[in-house]
Design a protein around this ligand. Sequence first.
Ligand SMILES: NC(=O)c1ccc[n+]([C@@H]2O[C@H](COP(=O)([O-])OP(=O)(O)OC[C@H]3O[C@@H](n4cnc5c(N)ncnc54)[C@H](O)[C@@H]3O)[C@@H](O)[C@H]2O)c1
Length: 356
Amino acid sequence: MDFEQYPDSTFRYMTRADVIEAARSVDIVEAVSEALVLHSEGKSILPEEAYLGWTTPDGSSARCLAMPGALTTDTRSVIGLKTINASLTNPDRGIPRSQGFTLLLDQDTARPVVLMEAAYISAMRTAAVTALAARHLACETPRTVAFLGCGTLAQAHAALLLSTFPTLSEVVAYDISPGRAKSFLDFVKKLPGGERVTVKAVDEARNCVTGADLVVPVTTVTEGYIEPDWLKPGTLVAHVSLDDLTEAAVLNAGLLVVDDWSLVRDDPRRLLGRMHRAGTLLGPDGEPRPGVSPQARTKRVDAALGDIVTGRHPGRRSDGDIVVSNPFGMSILDVAVADRVHAEAETRGIGSTLNL
Ligand SMILES: NC(=O)c1ccc[n+]([C@@H]2O[C@H](COP(=O)([O-])OP(=O)(O)OC[C@H]3O[C@@H](n4cnc5c(N)ncnc54)[C@H](O)[C@@H]3O)[C@@H](O)[C@H]2O)c1
């Protein structure tokens, strides 16, 4: 075959608006739950993510993540890649911090079948993981949810949590930029379910966390600040931004849950990976990192969230346990949700067809 005259092949292209429209008919929590179960049953391929970080000309941080993943159901494989890229100063430019594409591939030919905007699904699948963690690991009737950081992820979480947990009656928010906390709470009040909650912006992280049943850090920090005594007994911390807890707060957790231990273990940048390298965090098998001596005080990873969803692990041991869920972020969740969004787009003709 002449390589300059390969036959055309087509793929679907979906803008953010297309993705949002198609996703209206998709149960994202259910899709994420099914993916967690498949992962827990070993029916997934989840390579280590590729991380490229750089310093922008104005001295800020930017990064590109490339996250491939595959899931195998009883009938077929769903294969794809998310690339999600972020520049810390984007919000000051009036644009979202992170953006990118998710690509799904044909299981036989490996050709692209759809290319879609990634950030919407990325935010919603992350919120769905928190909703599932809360369903299985929060106290019986969570009333107060605390948001540390009031950007895109906070909005996605608020939208999903208010519609999923009718017992929530208070939203407390803190952001280093008070204007963002205020805009976020205005957004919350307009959500379905927003009318039933009281909202409060606070001027210190500690005041945000104190008294909350569900704590959702969604900041961009790289150093922990949430101390163990800030958290009341029974609290669930959905540690979405991965670096907000202090090491002492992790060591103090009654139950420590990850989404995938190998992703956490192999990453040298975020808190849990650093603790594993320092000998304060042991793997689920109770073993330290090879070549690392365990410190006097250690914490062992208790379970993967998928094992809790399937019931293989019983979850919290007592009502007073402080539970930490540390969702590193798995590509297979983006791929699973993107697959359902793509199916919906095919049925309803959403998006455009492009040639490769
Ligand atoms: N674990 C996962 O699966 C997953 C998935 C997606 C995003 N994330 C993480 O979630 C975080 C939030 O993402 P986003 O898209 O909402 O970012 P964003 O930039 O839209 O919002 C972050 C907000 O945090 C605020 N902030 C920064 N430092 C703070 C501090 N010390 N205290 C309080 N507020 C602070 C900023 O002012 C901003 O409003 C990022 O760290 C991102 O990497 C995790």
